[in-house]
Design a protein around this ligand. Structure first.
Ligand code: CMP
Length: 388
């Protein structure tokens, strides 16, 4: 059996035994007792064997105590099975660490899990002490007392009648206040962190807003800045691709970059049919950039240091004299190659017609591509010739 599946089985069995043992003790569920005890012991003994490979000595004691079938001899000893919950706590922690996404939800589920077990245990204790359950089912009555006490609601309809019960109620209330405070505090922080990207976006927007009004930036410029951040937020969640990729080791970085840029690179007719080696060579090196409507991306007469591939949006090519739009280019098309190829100033101005995502290919890499990939070079040369 695979390790994950086994862990899951052990976790479920440990939970079942933690629910079953106290309930059996106070309510007496004798019909199935022996088979259930045998099944629990079988699973826990097998798990003990698995664990013995990883741990030694005292660390195995809780697993051993939980595995021994002591209940049939002396029933309170079946409570020792609860020691297996240490293993569950271990597993939950491991799962949380392994899971990069949904960590907040997993933490929340963990609290609910422990709270359910706690409520159940406290309810069984109340029943064991003969606490008032006001007719009806004893278990449901006990559970009701346990929940109202632990959640610090305390309706007061079920009250302790003797000293042991009063002491137990004190204990449950203290436990309840602690657990309740802990859970509420944590839930607040979990909810606040459930969407960290949005939280950091809002925080950034507040900082920017404060800066803009402090420095008296004119309203039209302010609204362009706001529009830019809105666009970033909608399209790439403000995560700077370069920054995140930069934190990865080289092999992983190439794979992620390939994945992110594959759509773009494959959307460029020029690159269709290019080799895998070509993808690897250029995908990592293409840098993303965002332009706002009206932004000049290249200006006629400037020296060119890079060419551009359009990922989203559209650009207008404007003739250097007279400002006439001579072409509109969209996703998958490229521009800025003429200056690099012929080593001459930009022959037109190109500006963003809408919010536009581009990938930049710098001069050195451009020449490398031309050198190593003759088919692509021929295509770029032909296109540049037309545009000249
Ligand atoms: P470059 O001269 O480097 O910078 C301006 C770019 O505009 C140019 O490269 C071409 O890629 C592009 N360009 C120029 N003229 C045209 C045109 N008529 N149609 C499409 N694109 C053009």
């Amino acid at each position: 059996m695979k390790r994950g599946a086994w862990d899951l089985l052990v976790g479920v069995t440990a939970t079942a035994s933690a629910l079953w043992a106290p309930a059996d003790l106070v309510l007496g569920l004798p019909r199935a007792r022996l088979p259930v005890e045998a099944a629990l012991s079988a699973v826990f003994l097998a798990d003990l064997a698995v664990r013995a490979r990883e741990r030694r000595g005292w660390a195995l004691l809780p697993d051993l105590l939980a595995a021994l079938p002591l209940g049939p001899f002396l029933r309170p000893l079946s409570l020792l099975r609860a020691a297996k919950l240490l293993r569950v706590s271990d597993l939950l922690r491991r799962w949380r660490e392994d899971e990069v996404r949904r960590t907040a939800v997993l933490r929340l589920a963990g609290f609910v899990y422990w709270f359910v077990l706690l409520t159940h245990g406290v309810a069984c204790g109340w029943i064991a002490l003969g606490g008032d359950t006001a007719g009806g089912s004893r278990y449901v009555g006990g559970l009701y007392w346990s929940v109202t006490t632990l959640c610090t609601v305390g309706y007061g309809d079920l009250t302790p009648k003797n000293d042991p019960q009063r002491l137990y109620a004190c204990f449950a209330m203290l436990l309840g206040v602690g657990a309740y405070g802990f859970v509420i505090g944590n839930i607040a922080s979990i909810l606040a962190n459930i969407d960290p990207v949005r939280a950091s976006h809002l925080q950034r927007m507040e900082q920017i807003g404060a800066f803009l009004s402090y420095r008296g930036i004119p309203p039209p410029l302010q609204s362009r800045i706001a529009g830019y951040y809105r666009y970033l937020w909608q399209h790439r969640l403000e995560e700077d691709e370069g920054e995140i990729l930069g934190r990865l080791p080289p092999g992983l970085r190439t794979e992620v970059a390939l994945f992110l840029k594959r759509d773009l690179v494959q959307g460029v007719p020029l690159f269709r049919g290019a080799s895998e080696a070509f993808f690897r060579e250029i995908a990592l090196e293409m840098r993303p950039a965002v332009y706002l409507p009206g932004d000049e991306i290249v200006r006629a007469g400037d020296r060119g240091e890079e060419m551009f591939f359009i990922s989203h949006g559209a650009v207008e090519v404007v003739a250097p004299d007279g400002g006439k739009v001579v072409a509109r280019l969209g996703p998958g098309q490229f521009f800025g190659e003429v200056a690099l190829l012929h080593d001459r100033p930009r022959n037109a101005t190109v500006r963003a017609a809408e919010y536009t995502d581009l990938y930049r290919l710098e001069r050195a890499l451009f020449h490398r591509v031309l050198e190593h990939h003759p088919a692509i070079a021929a295509e770029i040369r032909a296109r540049a010739q037309e545009r000249l």
